[in-house]
Design a protein around this ligand. Structure first.
Ligand SMILES: NC(=O)c1ccc[n+]([C@@H]2O[C@H](COP(=O)([O-])OP(=O)(O)OC[C@H]3O[C@@H](n4cnc5c(N)ncnc54)[C@H](OP(=O)(O)O)[C@@H]3O)[C@@H](O)[C@H]2O)c1
Length: 341
């Protein structure tokens, strides 16, 4: 099979670095262009010594140049910028896989409420497919614009959606505490994320109205077929990568351990990247970091009559770049696990 040409925009950031790490060993791809404004003209090995064998050189992002050199472009850019590149690239027939939030939320009023700006290109929203392969594989296959889910949403939608869909847990009073490593904040200098500010400490943040909340609720609503309002409480923890989400939910009409196991079996027994642990086992971030796996465990707490679900992913892999490559594999008809196992 001929190799495809791949562009990585925002290649000097954490998810860009992870895309390059995975793409360099992907047998169906050649990286043809990598962008960074601040590092334009610099060999990648000077910025990331792990790639010192590579001849890749950063260039400033230029949609015209990218369209000449790429079949697919990954946009690993801050939110609000995607359409600046997506619009011209899509016009030239380049597939776009966006890692930012720009095309995830279907309702522009909700986008404005949480991202404090008008949506930059509402006309593209109808074409954008939410890039969660375990739920939207068929749509991803035919999409030209793929909106990869956020890291926290991936860790929450995968364990909760099958249980809401099958009326096993109630859509009401769901509480989710998520813990994320510091790379989730990106590779930039920002006081709260400096080593002495977050090492040996943990803090909750954006406890009411985190930007991932509407995306999570949009997808849980689709699964439950009714409005779902959750408490989503993210925490910053002193590790580089990894997310651990603890979800507490109340039983609904079809609640039983057998029904939970059967719902997960139906949803994930054929999935390569979702592992449901035996009843009562809790996942551990160290077994998913540097992988594209999502590990899920669940336990019924008889004391309160509530279900406790735990899930772990690597925010930079299944939560970002690994998932983006999984989407590319589906979209180009490659083995879905190519470059990821
Ligand atoms: N980090 C995660 O765990 C994670 C998980 C899921 C999704 N995401 C999403 O993925 C995207 C990238 O996140 P990240 O954490 O990798 O960010 P990052 O580490 O801050 O990197 C951002 C990249 O974008 C480039 N960039 C910044 N402003 C730009 C501009 N105006 N025009 C062109 N390029 C620009 C930067 O390089 P220059 O400044 O040199 O141009 C850099 O390469 C974000 O939308 C984020 O929300 C991140």
């Amino acid at each position: 099979m001929a190799k495809i040409k791949v562009a990585v925009l925002g290649a000097s950031g954490y998810s860009g670095e992870e895309l390059i790490r995975l793409l360099l060993r992907h047998e169906n791809c050649d990286i043809s262009i990598i962008t960074s404004r601040q590092n334009a003209g610099t060999r990648i090995g000077e910025v990331f010594p792990r790639f010192s064998d590579s001849d890749l050189i950063f260039s400033a992002p230029d949609a015209g140049e990218i369209a000449k050199k790429a079949d697919v472009a990954f946009l690993a850019l801050p939110h609000g910028l995607a359409s600046e590149f997506a619009v011209p690239l899509l016009k030239k027939g380049v597939k776009v896989i966006d890692l930012s939030a720009d095309f995830r939320i279907k309702d522009t009023a909700i986008y404005k409420k949480y991202y404090k700006d008008e949506h930059p290109s509402p006309s593209l929203l109808k074409d954008a497919v939410y890039g969660l392969p375990e739920r939207y594989r068929d749509k991803i296959r035919n999409a030209s614009l793929i909106a990869c889910p956020g890291c926290y949403p991936t860790s929450i939608i995968l364990p909760l959606a099958p249980l809401l869909e099958n009326k096993i847990v109630s859509p009401e009073n769901i509480v989710i505490n998520s813990m994320s490593g510091v790379s989730g904040a990106g590779r930039k200098v920002d006081l709260p994320y400096l080593f002495p500010e977050c090492n040996e400490s943990m803090r909750a943040y954006a406890v009411s109205g985190h930007r991932h909340l509407p995306e999570i609720e949009q997808e849980l609503h689709a699964a439950a077929n009714c409005e779902v309002r959750i408490n989503f409480i993210p925490h910053l923890i002193p590790v580089n990568r990894g997310i651990n989400s603890t979800i507490v939910a109340s039983p609904a009409g079809k609640f039983s351990r057998e029904n939970i196991e059967s719902a997960y079996r139906n949803a994930y027994s054929k999935e390569k990247f979702v592992r449901v642990l035996p009843y009562g086992r809790q996942p551990d971030t160290k077994y998913v970091t540097m992988t594209n796996f999502c590990d899920i465990g669940f336990t019924f707490d008889e004391h309160t009559g509530r279900l406790i679900i735990n899930s772990c992913i690597d925010n930079l892999s299944k939560g970002a770049s690994g998932q983006a490559i999984q989407c590319m594999n589906i979209s180009f008809g490659f083995e879905e696990t190519a470059g990821l196992l």
